[in-house]
Design a protein around this ligand. Structure first.
Ligand code: PLP
Length: 437
């Protein structure tokens, strides 16, 4: 098979592989999701490189969904792939009974680049698990139980992370969740002193991603830091989506000059190749929790050699290719272009906002999403909505995206918005912009 031919996994044709996969999803994975994906024209992902995904028919797509933040260095960056292949020939998963040199190096590297004196890392396999570890650490370190989180937040779907998330629709079926979790308005520091009295922690995304790309007012994180200092609650920055350059700074909390007590990472840390998450904590915090109990919080797979090799290579690429700066400048281009489209179609687009290459286009009605996403797909551009706010389209390309690729995506957005407007006219819904779900 030449490298141009699609990988068919033994199926007789690309079309039969598509039918087989849809049927497998329909019967053995998630029947309603299979229906929605089929209706919206979702193809098979067949291969990917850089900012481009190739489907089972050979059609190429610019990836502006970006794995919801996973593909910061793009798909299969050659340096990440080479590091993982090299490691595969040595040892793949950690046996945990011996020292793992790459885990040590990755922890040191994170300590070097993280804000302030964040220094001690724990490695997980996902963002939710990094959040679980963070809130457990806060409870253990402070001896307090209350977790203060924000409405509309998204921290993941394991029970602890879900408890801190702020979307009722994801929570109802699983109640009772963790006890002693309090939610406050995102962006309003005036409520924090009261809420944080005797609290273990305040957990917050520096920019709410799944909540609809909501950027808090200037100074909010600094004020939250000060409120945590007054109450003795730990400040947990959930940078699972915003971290590692996504928002045009290495960490989004850097923009406000804030040093959290604990920071959660995942997504981009994987280099888009092997899943890995982490929390990184101040030494005094970590020691207060686990200084005498090193095995109280562990993970069998967390911090494997393969994952650490991918993460170390991804951090090299981020630095050597100046991707944080690219996220900042391409983000400005993307936001400005999307705002121009918003001005041309004010009945469809209510707001465009974001930071770096985490950009949200808020539509006036969810009714437009079902047209805009597939129309952009037809033009070869993938986008997605945000989990807590389905009428906010996210534009979240790899940080390697070029000026020309941003223009291609904007042209596709403009055409799709025009089609949606011609199809439905004005569909305004009486919901506040960036409001609670
Ligand atoms: N925290 C934030 C801010 C996220 O955006 C996400 C996922 O979107 C998570 C946590 C959960 O990460 P994962 O899906 O890897 O568990």
């Amino acid at each position: 098979m030449s490298s141009e031919e699609p990988e068919l996994y033994g199926a007789p044709s690309a079309e039969s592989l598509y039918e087989e996969t849809v049927e497998n999803y329909r019967r053995f994975l998630n029947p309603p999701l299979a229906r929605v994906m089929k209706l919206s024209g979702s193809p098979l992902e067949s291969s990917a490189q850089g900012s481009i995904i190739v489907d089972h028919t050979g059609k190429t797509y610019l990836d502006f969904a970006g794995g919801y933040g996973v593909f910061t260095v793009g798909h299969r960056h050659p340096r990440v792939v080479a590091a993982v292949k090299r490691q595969l020939d040595l040892i793949a998963l950690s046996g945990k009974t011996m020292f793992n040199p790459l885990q040590g190096r990755l922890a040191r590297r994170l300590a070097e680049i993280a804000p302030g004196d964040l220094e001690i890392s724990f490695f997980s396999n996902s963002g939710a698990e990094a959040v679980e570890g963070s809130v457990k650490l806060a409870r253990a370190a402070t001896g307090r139980s209350t977790i203060v989180a924000t409405h509309n937040a998204f921290h993941g779907k394991t029970v602890g992370a879900l408890s801190a998330s702020g979307r009722e629709a994801f929570q109802t079926a699983f109640r009772p969740l963790l006890a002693d979790v309090v939610h406050v308005a995102f962006g309003d520091a005036s409520v924090l002193d009261r809420a944080l009295t005797d609290a273990a922690c305040f957990i917050v995304e520096p920019v709410q991603g799944e909540g609809g790309v909501v950027v808090p007012p200037e100074g909010y994180l600094r004020a939250a830091r000060a409120a945590c200092d007054r109450s003795g609650a730990l400040f947990i920055a959930d940078e699972v989506q915003t971290g590692l350059g996504r928002c045009g700074a290495l960490f989004a909390c850097n923009s406000d000059g804030v040093v959290p007590d604990v920071m959660a990472l995942a997504k981009g840390l994987s280099g888009g190749v092997v899943p890995i998450g982490a929390y990184i904590a101040r030494p005094n915090v970590w020691n207060a929790a686990y200084g005498k109990a090193p095995l109280v919080h562990t993970s069998t797979f967390g911090g494997s050699e393969l994952a650490c090799a991918a993460a170390l290579a991804a951090l090299d690429v981020l630095r050597d290719e100046d991707l944080v700066e690219n996220a900042r400048s391409r983000g400005e281009q993307l936001i400005a272009g999307a705002r121009r489209i918003g001005e041309a179609f004010p009945d469809v687009i209510a707001d465009v906002r974001g930071r770096g290459l985490l950009v949200g286009v808020e539509l006036r009605s969810e009714g437009y999403v079902g047209t805009i996403v597939p129309e952009m797909l037809k033009d070869g551009v993938t986008v997605a909505w945000t989990l807590n706010q389905q009428r906010v389209l996210r534009l979240e390309p790899p940080l390697i995206v070029t000026e020309g690729e941003v223009e291609v995506a904007l042209a596709a957005l403009e055409r799709a918005v025009r089609v949606a407007f011609e199809r439905f006219g004005a569909l305004a819904e009486a919901q506040p912009a960036g409001g609670r779900p």
